[in-house]
Design a protein around this ligand. Structure first.
Ligand code: PL4
Length: 408
């Protein structure tokens, strides 16, 4: 018999989203009459719009023709990589700096292989659980400490007091910084000055940022940056991940990308001590343990990024932002303080002094609405509930009406 990877034992309890699904199933079993509505997991509900869907269909059809058939695509179709560079980065990156994947989450997991078990980690607190759990699995997080939190992780609290942007002085030297904007779960979006200070801190402290821009297409305020590369010199210290999941409805199709600029360096590269390239290593890792995204999904991605596809992305994200406004307005009417929902699909609602798992249970009990407890995203999420705007309009309206049943 061989022994279990010891890092797996360092994971705390279950992964957040299956845990929410389990609690929903248990509630449904004990309340068979309840029509439960989910504003919990951020899973898309609306149909893939016609032009993008046609791209997917055509991609599948071509596979049955001699001239259209393709096999392994490894780092992705050159045409899609070029399109991503031009649509999202004004052509700033060559196609060898853009890697197509099966989603942002999968890239977040794989990217950690670049840095190994010895790297220090800093995360926004609260944060998307994959940054922490992924670091636990590679061994970088270390063990759970009795005071709460992992030994190898620096938590950067994002609270109402700091307007949900962390104190960058807390970031240790030479660490990997996970940063997500528009943020999951708080819905806060970092402005240009804030991102410039993050880039400066990363350069000064010789850190690398993994910037998760999975919700960038929800930004409506034209002054807010949609990518970290809008900030000068970010290409020297930041890797970015993004996804077709939420803007194009590809949560089940699976398509995303990472940008690993050649200018991002490991420690020691200046002196020639470690003349390794982060970009070349990422290419090597992708080539070794990943065989690329589905070519059907990539055909859909190409359609999503032409003129008509981009209009459909706008239409779909507008729809979810419409839901977000309804939820936020309903909460505000009940006197609940919240942020997010204007440039992001998440609303972060404050229930001061309350335990968020208790509030989650109470909303489920009284309103038959599933949410996500803030504490599931990290210690600073305690006292908050995340409402997701992914849902059918009629369900969202119904859920907003039912929230009145909850006496805050
Ligand atoms: C439930 C900040 C949702 N089973 O679909 P991907 O892999 O391209 O992107 C996943 C992703 C990446 N980055 C951020 C995200 O918020 C997400 C998706 N998060 C949520 O409710 O927080 C879906 C979660 C899914 C999961 O575990 O990711």
């Amino acid at each position: 018999m061989i022994t279990r990877n010891p890092y797996i034992a360092n994971l705390k309890a279950g992964y957040l989203f299956p845990e929410i699904a389990k609690r929903r199933r248990e509630f449904a079993a004990s309340h068979p009459e309840a029509k439960i509505i989910s504003l919990g997991v951020g899973n898309t509900t609306e149909l893939i719009l016609p032009h993008i869907n046609e791209g997917l269909t055509e991609g599948a059809r071509r596979l049955g023709t001699a001239e259209g058939y393709s096999g392994y695509q490894d780092e992705g179709m050159a045409a899609l990589r070029e399109k991503i560079s031009s649509v999202f980065y004004k052509g700033k990156f060559g196609i060898d700096e853009i890697f197509i994947s099966d989603g942002a989450k999968c890239d977040i997991g794989r990217l950690q292989i670049l840095f190994g078990a010895g790297v220090k980690i800093a995360v926004q607190d609260p944060s998307y659980p994959v940054y922490v759990d992924g670091s636990v699995l590679t061994g970088a997080a270390g063990g759970w400490e009795s005071g709460g939190g992992y030994a190898g992780i620096t938590y950067l609290p994002c609270t109402a007091e700091n307007n949900f942007f962390p104190n960058l002085d807390l970031i240790p030297r030479s660490c990997l910084i996970y940063f997500c904007s528009p943020n999951n779960p708080t819905g806060a979006v970092a402005d240009r000055a804030q991102l410039a200070s993050l880039v400066k801190a990363a350069i000064d402290k010789q850190c690398i940022i993994i910037f998760d821009a999975a919700y960038s297409e929800f930004i409506r305020d034209s002054l807010l940056p949609k990518t970290i590369y809008e900030i000068d010199k970010a290409e020297t210290c930041a890797i970015e991940v993004n996804s077709f999941s939420k803007p194009a409805g590809f949560t089940g199709v699976r398509l995303g990308w990472s940008v690993v600029p050649k200018a991002v360096k490991y420690a020691g590269s200046e002196s020639g001590e470690a003349a390794f390239s982060v970009n070349a290593d990422w290419s090597r890792i992708a080539g070794t343990i990943f065989n690329g995204a589905s070519n059907i999904a990539q055909a859909g991605g190409l359609a999503a990024l032409d003129e008509t596809g981009l209009k459909e992305i706008r239409e779909l994200t507008d729809f979810y932002l419409g839901n977000a406004k309804l939820i936020r307005d309903a909460l505000v009417k009940l006197g609940i303080k919240c942020i997010g929902g204007d440039n992001s699909p998440y609303i972060w609602a404050h229930f001061p002094g309350r335990d968020s798992w208790e509030v989650f249970a109470e909303i489920l009990e009284k309103c038959h609405v599933v949410t996500t407890p803030g504490a599931g995203f990290g210690p600073a999420g305690q006292g908050f509930i995340r409402f997701s705007a992914f849902g059918h309009r009629a369900d969202v309206e119904e859920a907003c009406g039912r929230l009145r049943n909850f006496v805050f």
